[in-house]
Design a binder for this molecule. Structure first.
Ligand code: SF4
Ligand code: SF4
Length: 74
C-alpha cells in the first residue's frame, strides 16, 4: 500500500511490471486487483512510502505524528 508520504515522483508506476500503480488526486495508489505482491516497486521509492499491508496503519500513524509535530513546531 502507498502511504501518504508519497511525493508523487512517479518512479513506482514506471517500475511496476503489472501496471498496478496509478496517480490519484493526492498521491499514487496501488490498484490491488492488478497487484501480485511481487514487491518490485518497494526499493525504488525514494521516500519508502510503499509498505506491506500489515505495516500500513503504523506507518500512517507515524506520518501523522511527524506532520503534527512539524505544524506545532515541537
Ligand atoms: S508489488 Fe509488484 S505488482 Fe504490486 S504494485 Fe508493486 S511492483 Fe506492482
Ligand atoms: S515512488 Fe514513492 S514517492 Fe514516488 S510516486 Fe511512488 S510511492 Fe510516491
Amino acid at each position: 500500500m502507498v502511504s501518504s508520504d508519497c511525493t508523487r515522483c512517479g518512479v513506482c508506476e514506471f517500475m511496476c511490471p503489472r501496471d498496478a500503480i496509478k496517480e490519484a488526486p493526492n498521491q499514487f495508489v496501488i490498484r490491488r486487483h492488478l497487484c501480485n505482491g511481487c514487491g518490485e516497486c518497494l526499493p525504488y521509492c525514494p521516500v519508502r512510502a510503499i509498505v506491506p499491508q500489515d505495516e500500513f496503519a503504523a506507518r500512517q500513524q507515524r506520518t501523522r505524528k511527524a506532520e503534527l509535530k512539524r505544524i506545532l513546531g515541537v
